[in-house]
Design a protein. Sequence first.
Length: 72
Amino acid sequence: MKIKWMIYSIFGLLVFGMGLSILGEAIILKYKQSDNWFVWGTLALITTNSGLCLFGQAVIEKIKLNLQTKNS
């Protein structure tokens, strides 16, 4: 269970950071008045929310781990 928590937390933070980086690129593209800034912005939204979901699952796994060790 500890491995699941570590995997979810690390990948959640990595995906969240990647989503913020993509958002920065979308902002630059919008500033340059490029046509495909909307696609990059949508991709950034999906990626950022996915990272938050993975990190949220890591919190759930950590609570399960704490409850398991407390009951043992």
